[in-house]
Design a protein around this ligand. Structure first.
Ligand code: F6R
Length: 615
């Protein structure tokens, strides 16, 4: 995830402050870094480097130490364009230099527009176009804040921007919409960052600007001041809050673990995964990464999804949805099995790899095997520029931001969103009606809010986790789209809490697992009210008849399930195809809380690695 930092102060420390702050943001994950400073004489110094902040420092030390009282810097986690110096921030256009965290949805259209104005774009990013737009406005208005204000209505998407101008060593303009931004307020300096971790090293007094608010920071006669206004210019007053966090807490934004932070980030992560990709008018999805193969996709009759672990569970749901809504024959296969099996592949088959890291050895090998056999390869990958992203013929990024905790949470839900988008695209190319496409889009838009509602049940889920923490074994069961969620819930509690758990389709109980049911084996039943409600209800009664405990993940209208379960977590309802996005959240929280209760280092469980780059 990109990180931005900025400094304006009465002392010429911008260089040191910004480099230290970039180091503090390193934990967010990044592939390149850059810094821009405006000296007191108005001259701009800009340096960018691929790789670690240390590589940037090395480039900088080759130059003389720069004394400046104003500067901005950035760590980039690529979204548009591969990691490279020319794509690294800060971006400059004419007098304007800026850093950006977020995604501009309408950047393709804006790019064309500035190119028509005769502007040369030197990067593949969505950010550079903002610099050009602001520079064009600045040339007319001669005031940095006015120029930024003039451009904001043109931008669609999410952004936190820090903007400076060559020739103006006394002004920094900051603005945010749907991307994080915090300002630290000290007596003789103001600090800006995407994350309070960079701020608490300097001051604990902070202001969180609201969406659309513009901060204009000025230095006059050695004193620093700021004003905050709305986009329309109305003055806003914020009293600084005092953060009591230390450095480590700040990295986790106050959460005890990255896993919890990433669970709670899911409303945001799924929004980013669909941002700019929904085409409501045509009831379909716009996926730029698949555009080069869109015509070839029309000829595809079969899709094999290859992936591992949590990504495989997303693949299982993806395969169900593809079959239901696009008429494409689809199956999910463990990448480690695919690579050694002899799947019959032909020109009408595509292989779709799903991977958070984009580096999983088995998934990469499966992609290579498929390429070797001449079939179309596609990817759903979170890490931009990773091996799988580079090797597939076409693909879609999740845009979930880096996942730091070993257990996958926000990557999973954003993979599901991308799968639904692909299903919309392929479905509408084939059998899906406009009405169905619109219906899915409508419900998709409500998903972030519904996930937020489930996250609010955290305390209640913690209480359940504490009641069940002494059990050594669990069964997880679900049907249809919630069967892969049963597998995912079982995987999460295994890896995070070291508790043995098995996931099963609920209908399989009688064919074996029911032999295990007794008071010491709780069963987690994922059973929202849907087409298999009655079946789930009888299953629960069969467990109860054997004195088994039942924890139900269900919806408020599943009255009898709520009545018969020992514990019920009620989640909001959406279309059955989208329910996994909701039902998985309590299972992530349950595993997390049982893990914490057992004293496990949940962010780094034993024997596991975030990126499994070996077989
Ligand atoms: C589970 C988990 C793993 C990964 C698996 C695949 O929480 O994180 O099961 O899902 O190792 O990793 P990626 O998606 O990076 O290919």
């Amino acid at each position: 995830m990109c990180g931005i930092v900025g400094y304006i102060g009465s002392a010429p420390h911008a260089y040191d402050v910004l480099l230290d702050d970039l180091h503090r943001l390193e934990y967010r994950g990044y592939d390149s870094a850059g810094i821009a400073l405006v000296r007191d004489n108005g001259a701009l110094v800009r340096v960018r480097a691929v790789g670690k902040v240390a590589a940037l420092e090395e480039k900088l030390t080759k130059r003389a130490q720069v004394y400046a009282k104003l500067g901005i810097a950035h760590t980039r986690w690529a979204t548009h364009g591969a990691p490279s110096v020319r794509n690294a921030h800060p971006h400059t256009a004419g007098a304007i230099t800026l850093v950006h965290n977020g995604i501009i949805e309408n950047f393709a259209q804006l790019r064309e527009e500035v190119q028509k104005e005769g502007r040369m774009l030197r990067s593949d990013t969505d950010t550079e176009v903002i610099a050009h737009l602001i520079d064009m406005a600045y040339a007319q208005l001669h005031d940095l804040a006015d120029a930024v204000r003039a451009v904001l209505p043109r931008l669609r998407g999410a952004y936190a921007l820090l903007v400076i101008a060559k020739g103006d060593p006394k002004t920094l303009v900051a603005v945010r919409v749907a991307s994080p931004l915090v300002m630290g307020v000290a007596a003789d300096a103001l600090f800006f960052a995407s994350d309070a971790v960079a701020i608490v090293a300097h001051t604990h007094r902070v202001i969180y600007p609201l969406d659309g608010e513009i901060v204009v920071a000025k230095r006059t006669e050695g004193r620093v001041s700021y004003t905050i206004t709305t986009e329309k210019g109305a003055l806003r007053k914020h009293t600084p809050r005092v953060l009591k966090w230390d450095h480590t807490q700040a990295q986790k934004e106050g959460y005890a673990h990255f896993m919890l932070k990433e669970i709670m980030e899911q409303p945001h992560a799924v929004t980013d995964a669909m941002r700019g990709r929904l085409d409501s008018d045509n009831a379909t999805a716009r996926l730029g990464g698949l555009a080069p193969v869109e015509e070839r996709l029309r000829t595809i009759k079969r899709i094999i999804i290859v992936s591992c672990g949590t990504s495989y569970h997303a693949g299982l749901i993806g395969a169900q949805l593809l079959q239901e809504y696009s008429g494409i024959v689809a199956e999910a296969v463990y990448a480690s099995e695919f690579r050694y099996s002899n799947y019959l592949l032909d020109k009408e088959t595509a292989v779709l790899a799903i991977s958070q890291s984009g580096e999983t050895a088995d998934t990469l090998a499966a992609v290579r095997e498929a390429k070797n056999k001449g079939v179309l390869t596609l990817g759903i990958v979170n890490a931009v520029g990773s091996s799988i992203a580079r090797e597939v013929d076409a693909g879609v990024y999740n845009h979930a931001g880096p996942e730091i905790s070993v257990a996958s949470t926000k990557a999973f839900t954003s993979q599901l969103i991308v799968l639904v988008l692909i299903v919309l695209l392929l479905g509408r190319q084939r059998t899906m009606s406009v009405a169905m496409g619109k219906r899915i889009i409508r419900h998709l838009c409500a998903i972030p809010r519904l996930i937020e509602t489930v996250c609010q049940h955290h305390k209640e889920i913690r209480a359940i986790a504490r009641r069940y923490k002494r059990y050594d074994n669990f069964l997880y069961v679900g049907r249809l789209h919630n069967f892969p969620i049963a597998l995912e819930g079982a995987l999460k509690i295994k890896e995070i809490a070291y508790v043995h758990a098995e996931g099963y389709p609920f209908g399989e109980m009688k064919h074996g697992p029911i032999a295990l049911v007794e008071p010491s084996l709780p069963t987690v039943v994922i059973a929202p009210r849907d087409s298999v409600y009655e079946k789930n209800l009888s299953g629960i009664q069969e467990i109860r008849a054997r004195r088994g405990k039942v924890i139900a993940i269900t919806t408020h209208d599943a009255v009898d399930i709520v009545k018969h379960a020992h514990d019920a977590i009620i989640v909001p309802k959406t279309l059955p195809v989208l329910m996994p996005l909701i039902t998985v959240i309590p299972l992530q929280l349950l595993a997390y809380e049982v893990g914490v209760a057992h004293g496990v280092d949940v962010d780094k469980p034993r024997n596991l690695a975030k990126s499994v780059t070996v077989e």
